[in-house]
Ligand binder design. Structure first.
Ligand code: GLU
Length: 312
């Protein structure tokens, strides 16, 4: 079976070093296995996504030599469109089958309610829902909600473990109810939840390998649960250590000194690749390296297994 991997950035700002590192690792995993690499634009959140950021991220990937075989703004391939803002009907169908199976329920909690009753945070920072609107039993097929009611729809998750083997972090066992909780699959403003969209897209686009940052390791368990409910085959997962600044904080689009606009002025593509490869422990030092040399010598066993990497 041909491996198909993907990079699925949200165009909410210029990419930073952490995004580019995740893209590079995903590309190396796929290309070293002779596979195909897909680019999906995760512009689900209309308030935060901008087309100019999507164009910039494509330009930044190409500057590094990371070409995608499928997807992108030009919608190359048969499984498009490849921008989530254009895939509402596909998510609605999946939502409908979960609703008919009695797996979702309406939630009228406000953000303030959720924060007031939240359980410990998931690794990606999403609060675990405290369950105020959760029915004790699995809901029967949920009636179509009144249009005037402002509510989100949540997936009712069972008190069960999800197990999977992570290519980087090894065997995982996650208690869904405790670590993921009932997550939102449709927001109160009608926007689709990330968890539903990402599973539906990866399944419909034939993605077999998901390599990304370990802030989404717990989410992967919730996603496995959705794969199982919808009857899709799960992909293999690999969750990378997160790049952190010297204060130990995860890099974000707010770390402007490490955004691609600045990095492209300071580095050549080879110099940046060398620096990322050294941080990832693929090479002993950060001397410049070409993408093809990096691919030829790629050995995933060398990758750092720590949960964080400090930027050098
Ligand atoms: N769109 C998400 C992000 O940019 C990544 C989703 C994923 O890789 O599953 O953080």
């Amino acid at each position: 079976m041909v491996v198909k991997g993907r990079f699925a950035p949200s165009p909410t700002g210029r990419m930073h070093l952490g995004n580019v590192y995740a893209a590079l690792m995903s590309w190396l995993f796929v290309k070293s296995a002779g596979g195909k690499w897909l680019l999906r634009i995760e512009d689900l959140d209309p308030g935060r996504s901008r087309p100019e950021y999507a164009r910039a991220l494509e330009d930044d990937l190409l500057w590094l030599g990371l070409e995608w075989d499928e997807g992108g703004l030009a919608n190359r391939g048969d499984a498009g469109p490849y921008s989530q803002s254009r895939r509402s009907e596909t998510y609605a169908e999946a939502f409908e089958s979960l609703r008919e199976a009695g797996r979702v329920y309406p939630c009228t909690c406000t953000r303030a309610d959720i924060l007031a009753t939240q359980a410990p945070h998931q690794s990606d920072g999403t609060p675990v829902y405290g369950g105020r609107c959760r029915p004790a039993e699995m809901p029967a097929a949920t009636p179509v909600p009144e249009p005037q009611t402002r509510h989100s729809m949540r997936l009712w998750v069972p008190d069960e473990d999800v197990e999977f083997h992570d290519l980087i972090c090894g065997p995982q066992r996650v208690r869904l109810s405790r670590e993921c909780g009932d997550f939102v699959i449709r927001r109160s403003d009608g926007a689709w939840g990330y968890q539903l969209a990402v599973v539906v897209d990866d399944a419909m686009m034939g993605v077999t390998q998901v390599v990304r940052g370990n802030d989404l390791l717990t989410s992967a368990a919730g996603q496995c649960h959705i794969y199982d409910l919808l009857g899709y085959a799960r992909p293999e997962f690999g969750h990378l250590p997160l790049l952190c600044n010297e204060a130990g904080q995860r890099l974000s689009k707010r770390d402007a000194s490490l955004d691609m606009g600045v990095l492209r002025r300071e580095f050549s593509p080879e110099a940046l690749l060398g620096r990322i490869a050294a941080m990832a422990r693929l090479r002993p030092d950060s001397t410049p390296v070409s993408l093809s040399d990096l691919l030829d010598s790629f050995n995933p066993a060398l990758l750092s297994r720590e949960s964080n990497i400090t930027v050098i």
